[in-house]
Design a protein around this ligand. Structure first.
Ligand code: GCB
Length: 724
C-alpha cells in the first residue's frame, strides 16, 4: 500500500542569498505583492530540505508531490535534476527513487519571473511566488495507480445520468502488471456498499441513485479502487463522486437534475491579507463557509485551478463550480503548450468532482486584442477539453468589448460576459441592455453574467453615493441594481459577483488602497462583511437575520438620515434610542427616514433577529469619509476650463470627441497611456461605442495614478485644438 508523508516542515528558503527557515505553505510575496507599485519580487528563489532515506520496500517508487508551486519549478534531489513544472496552480509529481541516498537534500528552484510562455502574465492579480501549497512524499509499491498522468489520482470516475439511473464510468491506469482492479462504490457518509465492479474500465449502473442536489442535499458516493497482484491489494485510491445532471439552457437558464436552479454565484480569488496565496485548510474552509453563509449556490474559482481541498469542499457543500485555467487577458504566441498542459491538468485532476459544471477556456482573452492565432488556440483547447471530458460543456468569460459578431462566440458551449457598466463606465442598467442585445443576437447560446462589481473600501462613507466614489454605500446600491437585472432575465444561466473577497493586484492604485482590488463583499482579511454582503444574504439565504447598513457611517451631517435595513424576514421594527420608531412590512430592503439629533442608537428587530448600530449628528461632513482626490469633482464644478466654440473640451463625451479622426487619434493615445492596471485595452470601435456617453472629465476623475487637476488641464488644452 502507498505511504503519504507530509513534507511541510523544516525547509530553508533562500532569496537573494538570504536564508531563512520556513514551514510550507509559503510565498515570498505576501507583503510586497499586496502593497501596490507593481514592484513585487519576481525572480528565482530556492527552497531546500534535508531528509533521511524513507522506509522503501524493494521495487517501490518514491515521488515528491507538489500541490501548487508558482510559477515554475525545478526539483533537484542530491543535486540531480529530477523534474520540472510550468504553471503555478496544478498538482505535479516528480519521481526520485533512483537518486535517494541515506541522507538527502531536496532543492526546489521556484521562479515567478516574467515569461513569454507560462500563463498567466497579464492579469489583475498578483502572481505570488513560492511553494504555496502542500508537498507530500509518496511511496508506492511497484504496482500502483499511475502517478504520471498529469498529476491525476490515476483513476477516473465520472457519473452520467440516464433518465432516473446513473452510469458511473470508471477507469484506472496502473503501472506494472496486475491481477485485477476492483472498484467499490459506497455511500460516503454511511460507508454502505452500493456496488462493485472489476476491470481497467468498468461501467456501473445505479438505479435511482441518491442525487447530488446542490446546496440542499449534496449527497456523495465514494469510489475506492484497489489493484491486486498475487492475490494481495497493492495500492488503493479513493475519491468522491455525485450523481447529478446539469443543463445550460439558452432560454430557461441553469437546470440541476432537470429542475430550474438559477445560479447565485460569486467569484473567488484564493489570496488573503498577510498570507498571499499560502493558505491553510482552515482559511480555504472559512472562505467557502462565508460564501455559503451569504446564500450563494455557485462559485467561479477564478482565474486558475484552486487547491484540491477547495473542490472537495464545494462537492460537500453543494456549490456548483465554474473551473478555469489562467489563459487570461492576452494570447501569447509561445504559450499554447502551457495553456493546453494546464487544461489537461485541470481536467485530469478534477474530473470526478460532482460540483464542477464546466471547463472554461479563457478569461477576457481579447483584452489585449484579437488574432486568428488566438481563435485557433481556442478551437484547439475546446476540442481538447471535450476529448478529455465529453460529459461537461466548455465555457468562456468575455471582456465587454468583445463584439457580438466575433467568431470566438462559436467556440465554447456556454458563454459569460464580464460587464462593468455602473463601475468603470456607464450605468448599472446598461448591463441588462447589453445582455439582452447579445441574447437577441445569439438566442441559442447559453449566457451568463460571469463578472460584475464595484470597489468599496470601508473608510469611504456617504449619504450620497456616486459611481467611482469607492464608498460602501455605492457598492451596495450598485449590487441592488444588478440583482434586479438578474432576476428579470431568467434566460441567464447565472450571475457571478466579482468578487467575494477583496484581493491583491499589486499594479492597482485606486480608492486610496494601493495594490488592492476592492470589489469584494468581504474584506481582504475576511474580517468584515461589507453592507452589500448582507444585501445578497437577504436575497439568497434562508437563515434569518437582520442587518442595519451604514455602521461605519457614524458622523452624519444630514438632519434626516436614511437608515437602510436588509433582512430575509417579512417585517422590521426600528427603534431609535430604545423607542419604537416605525414598523415596516416588505421584502429584503427596508428604508427608514430618521430625524437626527445628538448620539443615536438604532436597533432593528425582525422576529428573533436583532441588530444595533450607533450614529451621531454632526454639524459638518466628516472629511475622513471622503476619498482624497474626490474633491476634484467639486473643483471641476468651480473652475470651468476653457470650452472654445466649435472645439472639444474635457466636458465633451467620447462620442463627440470621436466625431473626427483627430479626436479618435486622441482617444487612442489616451487609452495607450494606461488605466491604472497592468492591462492595456485597445480603443477599437466597440470600445468607442461603450464609452460614447462618458465625458472625458469623468474618465480622468477615475484615474488615481495621476495628478488629476493637472491632467484635466493638460488634456483640455489638447482637446481645445481638436475641432468638433
Ligand atoms: C475583469 C477581470 C478581473 C478583474 C476585474 C476588475 O474583468 O476578469 O480579473 O479583476 O475585471 O476588477 O476589473
Amino acid at each position: 500500500m502507498r505511504t503519504i508523508i507530509p513534507f511541510q516542515d523544516q525547509w530553508m528558503f533562500t532569496k537573494e542569498d538570504v536564508c531563512t527557515p520556513v514551514t510550507l505553505p509559503h510565498t515570498w510575496n505576501a507583503v510586497d505583492g499586496a502593497d501596490g507599485g507593481n514592484d513585487y519580487y519576481r525572480g528565482t528563489c530556492v527552497y531546500t530540505k534535508q531528509f533521511e532515506m524513507p522506509d522503501v520496500q524493494l521495487g517501490s517508487l518514491v515521488y515528491l508531490e507538489f500541490l501548487g508551486v508558482n510559477s515554475s519549478a525545478k526539483v533537484y534531489v542530491n543535486d540531480l535534476l529530477c523534474g520540472s513544472h510550468d504553471g503555478g496552480y496544478s498538482t505535479f509529481r516528480v519521481e526520485i527513487t533512483d537518486v535517494l541516498e541515506e541522507h538527502n537534500t531536496v532543492r526546489v528552484e521556484v521562479n515567478n519571473e516574467i515569461s513569454d510562455r507560462v500563463y498567466p502574465q497579464r492579469a489583475d492579480f498578483t502572481f505570488y511566488g513560492g511553494i504555496y501549497r502542500d508537498v507530500n512524499l509518496l511511496i508506492v509499491p511497484s504496482c500502483h495507480f499511475s502517478m504520471d498522468r498529469d498529476g491525476s489520482p490515476g483513476i477516473l470516475a465520472i457519473s452520467k445520468m440516464k433518465g432516473k439511473s446513473a452510469q458511473i464510468f470508471l477507469r484506472a491506469v496502473v503501472d506494472d502488471l496486475y491481477d485485477k482492479i476492483v472498484y467499490r462504490i459506497t455511500e460516503d457518509d454511511s460507508g454502505t456498499v452500493i456496488a462493485e465492479a472489476e476491470g481497467e474500465r468498468a461501467v456501473v449502473k445505479l438505479e435511482k441513485p441518491h442525487l447530488w442536489n446542490g446546496v440542499s442535499d449534496p449527497f456523495l458516493y465514494r469510489v475506492t479502487a484497489s489493484v491486486y497482484q498475487d492475490g494481495a491489494v497493492m495500492d488503493e485510491v479513493s475519491l468522491c463522486i455525485g450523481c447529478r445532471s446539469f443543463v445550460f439552457d439558452p432560454k430557461k437558464g441553469f437546470l440541476l437534475n432537470g429542475k430550474s436552479y438559477p445560479l447565485h454565484g460569486v467569484s473567488r480569488h484564493q489570496d488573503r491579507e498577510g498570507f498571499g496565496n499560502a493558505l491553510t485548510k482552515e482559511m480555504h474552509r472559512e472562505d467557502l463557509e462565508l460564501i455559503r453563509e451569504m446564500g450563494a449556490n455557485a462559485v467561479r474559482l477564478a482565474h486558475y485551478q484552486h487547491d484540491p481541498y477547495v473542490y472537495d469542499l464545494c462537492d460537500r457543500m453543494g456549490l456548483i463550480v465554474w473551473a478555469e485555467i489562467p489563459y487570461i487577458s492576452e494570447h501569447m504566441t509561445k504559450g499554447n503548450l502551457n495553456a493546453e498542459q494546464q487544461m489537461c491538468e485541470l481536467i485530469h485532476q478534477n474530473e470526478h468532482h460532482a460540483c464542477i459544471a464546466c471547463w472554461a477556456l479563457s478569461n477576457e482573452i481579447t483584452a489585449s486584442g484579437y488574432s486568428e492565432e488566438l481563435y485557433r488556440e481556442h478551437v484547439y483547447l475546446n476540442e481538447l477539453a471535450h476529448a478529455l471530458d465529453p460529459s461537461r460543456p466548455t465555457a468562456i468569460a468575455n471582456a465587454f468589448m468583445l463584439p457580438a459578431d466575433s467568431p470566438l462566440h462559436e467556440v465554447a458551449d456556454v458563454i459569460g460576459y464580464n460587464l462593468y457598466f455602473g463601475w468603470y463606465l456607464g450605468t448599472a442598467d446598461q448591463n441588462g441592455e447589453f445582455l439582452d442585445a447579445f441574447h437577441a443576437a445569439h438566442p441559442d447560446k447559453p449566457l451568463a453574467l460571469t463578472e460584475y462589481g464595484a470597489d468599496a473600501f470601508l473608510k469611504w462613507q456617504t449619504a450620497d453615493p456616486k459611481r467611482g466614489d469607492y464608498t460602501e454605500q455605492y457598492q451596495a446600491e450598485f449590487h441592488r441594481a444588478i440583482l434586479k437585472i438578474l432576476a428579470e432575465r431568467p434566460y441567464l444561466w447565472g450571475g457571478f459577483v466579482w468578487n467575494m473577497f477583496d484581493f491583491a493586484a499589486d499594479a492597482r492604485n485606486e480608492g486610496g488602497m494601493p495594490g488592492r482590488n476592492g470589489k469584494g463583499l468581504v474584506t481582504f482579511d475576511r474580517k468584515i462583511r461589507k453592507d452589500a454582503f448582507y444585501l445578497y444574504k437577504a436575497y439568497w439565504s434562508e437563515e434569518p437575520f437582520v442587518h442595519i447598513c451604514g455602521r461605519r457611517y457614524i458622523d452624519r451631517p444630514e438632519e434626516i438620515t436614511t437608515v437602510t435595513v436588509y433582512t430575509n424576514r417579512p417585517s422590521v421594527t426600528l427603534l431609535v434610542n430604545g423607542k419604537r420608531f416605525s414598523e415596516q412590512i416588505g421584502r429584503y430592503i427596508f428604508t427608514f427616514l430618521v430625524p437626527l439629533e445628538g448620539e443615536v442608537v438604532l436597533n432593528a428587530v425582525s422576529g428573533t433577529c436583532t441588530d444595533e448600530i450607533r450614529i451621531r449628528k454632526v454639524e459638518t461632513a466628516n472629511p475622513d469619509y471622503i476619498l482624497p482626490g474626490q474633491e476634484i469633482v467639486n473643483w471641476l464644478d468651480r473652475e470651468v476650463l476653457p470650452q472654445p466654440e466649435g472645439y472639444c473640451s474635457i466636458y465633451d463625451t467620447v462620442g463627440t470627441i470621436c466625431g473626427s479622426s483627430d479626436g479618435i487619434a486622441f482617444m487612442e493615445s489616451l487609452m495607450q497611456e494606461g488605466n491604472g492596471t497592468n492591462i492595456q485595452v485597445p480603443f477599437d470601435e466597440t470600445m468607442q461605442e461603450m464609452m460614447k456617453n462618458e465625458t472625458l472629465a469623468s474618465i480622468v476623475i477615475r484615474r488615481n495614478d495621476i495628478n488629476k487637476e493637472e491632467a484635466l488641464k493638460v488634456l483640455n488644452r489638447r482637446l481645445n485644438r481638436i475641432a468638433k
